[in-house]
Design a protein around this ligand. Structure first.
Ligand SMILES: Nc1nc2c(c(=O)[nH]1)N[C@H]1C(S)=C(S)[C@@H](COP(=O)(O)OP(=O)(O)OC[C@H]3O[C@@H](n4cnc5c(=O)[nH]c(N)nc54)[C@H](O)[C@@H]3O)O[C@H]1N2
Ligand SMILES: Nc1nc2c(c(=O)[nH]1)N[C@H]1C(S)=C(S)[C@@H](COP(=O)(O)OP(=O)(O)OC[C@H]3O[C@@H](n4cnc5c(=O)[nH]c(N)nc54)[C@H](O)[C@@H]3O)O[C@H]1N2
Ligand code: SF4
Ligand SMILES: [Mo]
Length: 745
């Protein structure tokens, strides 16, 4: 007997509603939920194909231990946890708690228990070695907000439902489905803007899937800060800014004006390649359109000055009068009383505050308690106090996702202990001592705290697990509780946490992610405030009465800045010296040896490194290729499908080229997350690699530098866009060219 259960997808940020068809303990299939108030029957191919991932024969179902010959053998959970605990205690005894670390990857963010418990564990342990995918993604957003609002977790989102002029810069929501914004049916949301007579302008070096549906303005990679400075210069210069209002809302207006004065569109055009008249036209539109906003994401985060660029996005919105107003760039509201004071208090804790700690290698600041993942390899191999010796990797594949995977791969073998928690064997845990099987999203209940303030229509949904854990899979937070128990003797804070766990469990009221989520739900927007609001929701009510989720407000509310800015005068800071100093980094020396610029891209049937094994997503063949303009291909004698070598100052890779007019000349786009070469457990992804060069792909991050000097200064972000490269034909039979160079495993 099959049963249909409403739930939601947790692969990417819209969190689309899903109906899971379940037969006993087995997930039979997934289909989009027509009754979901926001996604209304939409789901993308990855979401539907997830049933194949849950049931994939390649999935991990039992704990594994590495044998001396390098192969893995199945062991029991008891043995695995006992051995890991012993080895962990040994590292802690011999080298201190500073020798223990954790890297959590992107899917961890989509599991409240996972991120919360990992963060609590590492914080109580007091180690600086906490890493995440954030330093390759979004950490500069937190740092920009720290400087502007005194609140690292404040993240303005575009009011998609009401905006009439939207400039998208460095994001491709038609493929990515939106990021740092949860907006189901985003493509429809964008089309509705033009449908109501508005404009969507896409500023991107590639004529992306989003740009193809709207207006495209090509830009030279990693020059966005210059373009944004010019927009500000025009706004001030033409006197179109409501300065009185601006000064009421922000400090540092004169410093900002003085700074942008040197960046007239004529000055920046040579670098951005955007005609000055076009800059003026956009600046005027942003100021004069009642409901207008600028939205940027990965493309504006991964440049050399990502924090400055991100801060400038908010400054453009603010100066144009578009921040914190309807139809502009708005702040979601958790609705929890005292949230502003809570953040202000948290900021006093060094592991939360920006640069509360700096890295041992490279002296780079921590962001929300995490250090730059680019440094992991050197933290492992650099001797001295605080050297990283035991590492946990959960829901991540850093050998493919961080710069210089070869360096990290070699360093991992140097560790005293490497433990992975994953649903698959991948290129990273190929080097682990133990691999522990985790549940997939459909095997756990969840209410996703990190996304609550990011919905463009305020919304809440909680789900029960739709099937029990498959095989011997366990939820990460339960495994973390065991690890905390193992280290509790030598560490009073962990000891206290462990005691709370033991006592509450005995009392039959264990501390679980659900208990924490319930608290936030009840205290937040639409919550029952523990009985004070009769119609309010609780976790249980959400699951039982609103299984498809519930819209908790018609739209985002304006006027949130007062609740967001933690500075005593509640005014935004426009001229933090750290930010202003970044301007000096905007100059570059031309590099004749590496004349082209590398950018990244995402594909509709792929999610970072881990969905290249689902048959549904591989249908019709897949291949990894570099995209290049004919103007660059022709002089190099390159034809469609030719193998090329792409080299940067830091590495080289070889892969096929696709020639397309849909990219700015001088720019080459290569997707990341590829480079499956047999070391992981992904049979189909690896087989593709063996049969046909290019099908398993290569690791583009071999071209990216992990040198601390090359990381963005304020957030320690990897510089993954605008990287100087050269491209040449791969000469057949040349023995000095290693076709596999740069692949990982
Ligand atoms: N299908 C699919 N969806 C995904 C993912 C996936 O792998 N596949 N990954 C998820 C994740 S982890 C994230 S973080 C989000 C990311 O979500 P997005 O940021 O929307 O996705 P990207 O495709 O990385 O978009 C970045 C865009 O920036 C452009 N770009 C690159 N360099 C520059 C530059 O210097 N300036 C400007 N202006 N543009 C530039 C690129 O051409 C690209 O179009 O997507 C999520 N959704
Ligand atoms: N060049 C370049 N590099 C990039 C980017 C780029 O744009 N360009 N983007 C960066 C970005 S935005 C991101 S987010 C990172 C992603 O980098 P990572 O997070 O390091 O890598 P993923 O490929 O997302 O790997 C996710 C792993 O989690 C596992 N997994 C899936 N679900 C679960 C679960 O529920 N529990 C557990 N325990 N494991 C699970 C998968 O099997 C897979 O092994 O890559 C970054 N790297
Ligand atoms: S867009 Fe696709 S992967 Fe993302 S949440 Fe929706 S169904 Fe899942
Ligand atoms: Mo990401």
């Amino acid at each position: 007997m099959t049963q249909d259960k409403p739930t939601y997808c947790r692969i990417c940020e819209p969190l689309c509603g899903m109906i899971a068809t379940v037969d006993g303990d087995r997930l039979v299939s997934l289909r989009p939920d027509k009754d979901h108030p926001l996604s209304k029957g939409f789901a993308c191919p990855k979401g539907i194909a997830f049933a194949e991932i849950v049931n994939d024969p390649d999935r991990l179902r039992h704990p594994l231990r590495r044998r001396p010959d390098g192969d893995f053998e199945q062991i029991s959970w008891d043995t695995a946890l006992a051995e890991i605990s012993d080895r962990l205690r040994e590292v802690q005894r011999a080298r201190g708690s500073d020798a223990v670390g954790w890297y959590f990857g992107n899917p961890a963010t989509f599991s409240t228990g996972h991120v919360l418990w990992a963060a609590v564990f590492m914080n109580l342990l007091g180690t600086p070695h906490v890493y995440s995918a954030g330093s390759q993604d979004v950490n500069n957003r937190f740092v920009a907000s720290h400087f502007l609002y005194g609140n690292p977790v404040a993240a303005p989102i575009p009011d998609i439902n009401r905006v009439d002029y939207l400039m998208i810069i460095g994001a491709n929501p038609v493929v990515s489905h939106g990021s740092v914004m949860s907006s189901p049916r985003i493509r429809e949301g964008l089309n509705a803007i033009t449908g109501r007579g508005g404009t969507v302008l896409v500023v991107d070096p590639r004529h992306t899937e989003t740009a193809r549906e709207f207006d495209w303005l090509p830009i030279t990679p990693d020059t966005d800060a210059l373009f944004l400075l010019s927009l500000l210069q025009v706004m001030f210069d033409e006197g179109s800014v409501d300065e009185e209002r601006l000064r009421r809302r922000a400090r540092g207006v004169d410093d900002l004006k003085a700074m942008v004065a040197g960046y007239a569109p004529e000055v920046t055009a040579a670098r951005t390649d955007i005609p000055p008249e076009k800059v003026r036209e956009i600046a005027r539109a942003l100021v004069s359109t009642e409901r207008a906003t600028v939205y940027g994401r990965v493309g504006t985060s991964l440049g050399r000055t990502g924090t400055l660029t991100t801060a400038l996005l908010d400054m453009v919105n603010l100066v144009a009068g578009n921040l914190d107003v309807v139809g502009g760039s708005m702040f979601g509201d958790l609705g929890v009383p005292g949230q502003r004071l809570g953040v202000a208090a948290l900021q006093r804790i060094s592991s939360f505050a920006w640069a509360g700690r700096r890295s041992r290698v490279g002296n780079l600041p921590q962001v929300l308690g995490t250090a730059p993942a680019s440094l992991m390899a050197k933290e492992i191999t650099t001797p001295g106090k605080g050297q990283l010796r035991a590492l946990f990797v959960s829901a991540g594949n850093p050998v493919l996702s961080v710069p210089n995977g070869d360096e990290l791969r070699a360093a991992l073998d140097d560790l005293d202990l490497l433990v992975s928690l994953d649903i698959y064997r991948n290129e990273t845990n190929a080097h682990a001592d133990y691999i522990l099987p985790a549940t997939t999203m459909y095997e756990r209940e969840d209410f996703l705290l990190p996304f609550q303030a990011l919905f463009t229509t305020p919304f809440k949904q909680a789900t029960e697990a739709v099937i029990p854990p498959q095989g011997e899979a366990r939820e990460e937070w339960t495994v973390i509780n065991e690890l905390i128990g193992a280290l509790s003797r030598r560490n009073p804070l962990l000891g206290a946490f462990h005691l709370v766990n033991v006592v509450t469990r005995r009392l039959g009221r264990p501390v679980t992610p659900r208990v924490v989520s319930d608290l936030v739900i009840r205290m937040g927007l639409g919550g029952d405030r523990f009985g004070l609001r009769r119609d309010g929701v609780t976790y249980r009510k959400l699951v039982e009465r609103f299984p498809h989720g519930i819209v908790v407000a018609d739209g985002l509310a304006p006027g949130q800045l007062r609740k967001t800015v933690t500075f005593a005068d509640r005014r935004i800071r426009l001229a933090a010296p750290e930010l202003m100093d970044e301007v000096e980094r905007l100059t570059v020396d031309p590099d004749e040896q590496y004349p082209l610029r590398l950018i990244g891209m995402r594909e509709i049937r792929s999610e970072n490194s881990w969905q290249h094994n689902a048959p549904m997503l591989l249908r019709g063949g897949r291949s990894h290729a570099a995209r290049m303009h004919p103007d660059d291909a022709n002089p190099r004698g390159l034809g469609e499908g030719d193998l090329v070598t792409v080299a940067s100052r830091h590495g080289r890779i070889s892969l096929p080229v696709t020639i397309t007019e849909d990219i700015k000349p001088g720019v080459v786009a290569i997707p990341h997350g590829w480079g499956h070469n047999g070391s992981g457990g992904w049979t189909r992804a690896n087989a593709a690699a063996e049969n046909d060069l290019g099908a398993g792909g290569v690791n583009v991050n071999a071209l990216i530098s992990s040198d601390p000097a090359d990381l963005e200064r304020l957030a320690g972000m990897a510089n993954m866009t605008g990287v100087p490269i050269q491209v040449s034909a791969l000469v057949a039979g040349r023995s000095d060219v290693d076709v596999s160079a740069g692949t990982a495993g």
